[in-house]
Ligand binder design. Structure first.
Ligand SMILES: [Zn+2]
Length: 252
């Protein structure tokens, strides 16, 4: 190949074999960057506080499942079945190491020796996992599941909480998990309400000194079911039906 030199030669250098190798290596470095995930629409350019743009990956259906996921297993033991149920929820960590880092539920598994429930467990876990992977707000699942009533009647959990069905208990487990990973807020009493409830409880317990050594619940015996928090913790205090769990009070 001939090169026509149009200007005066002012400087020259002899090309050595090492230079050729270095040039080749530099060219290889410039091969297009491979993005590991997320074609257009599934990630978003976000400008951070210092004005730089960052690519933030959002939850979407085509997000590939990583080899390893972090997760938690919850045990559900109900009085209506001899066998416990084990609920595993695995999470995916998006945008790890950035300020947009977010832990989101990715899949759910339910294990039980009790095969009576096999069909609906398979259906439910597939649907819940699909909802998790769709992305967006998944917290509605909690309310939907918690609202399911078993026509044969629910059961009491140790601690005096009423569960209308096993599905509702599953809703409580998912709620607990979403609270643990920061996708849902814990519904807590503020310090003033908590103080009031504690005072009322101490007062009530002082008044009814008779104690039952075998009582499992930490709420007073004979307490009624609270319509607000489904816990048997409503007692009569100064003419008011007051819940010692959530502080709900009805005067009359
Ligand atoms: Zn209550």
């Amino acid at each position: 190949m001939a090169i026509k030199i149009e200007r005066k030669i002012v400087k020259y250098a002899v090309q050595k074999p090492e230079d050729k190798a270095a040039a080749k290596a530099a060219a290889e470095d410039k091969t297009p960057e491979v993005k590991p995930m997320a074609p257009a629409g599934e990630s978003e350019e976000v400008r951070d506080k210092s004005g730089r743009t960052a690519k933030v990956i959002r939850m979407h259906e085509k997000l590939e499942r990583p080899e390893m996921l972090i997760g938690q297993t919850y045990k559900i033991k109900t009085p209506i079945s001899d066998h416990a149920m084990y609920v595993t929820i695995n999470d995916i960590l998006l945008n790890e190491g950035t300020e947009y880092e977010q832990r989101r539920p990715f899949e759910i598994f339910i294990n039980s020796k009790n095969l009576d429930h096999y069909q609906w467990i398979v259906a439910l876990t597939r649907i819940i996992s699909a909802v998790f992977r769709k992305g967006g707000d998944v917290t509605f699942l909690v309310d939907e599941l918690k609202a399911v009533f078993d026509p044969r009647g629910g059961y009491w959990q140790p601690g005096g909480k009423f569960m209308p069905s096993i599905i509702a208990e599953l809703g409580h487990v998912i709620e607990k998990h979403l609270q643990a990973i920061g996708l849902m807020r814990k519904s807590q009493l503020d310090s003033h309400q908590q103080k009031l409830v504690d005072e009322k409880r101490a007062e009530f317990e002082a008044r009814t000194k008779q104690t039952d050594a075998f009582a499992k619940t930490h709420f007073p015996e004979g307490a009624q079911l609270c319509a607000r928090c489904s816990t048997a913790a409503v007692v009569m205090m100064d003419g008011c039906m007051t819940c010692l769990n959530c502080g709900d009070s009805k005067c009359g």
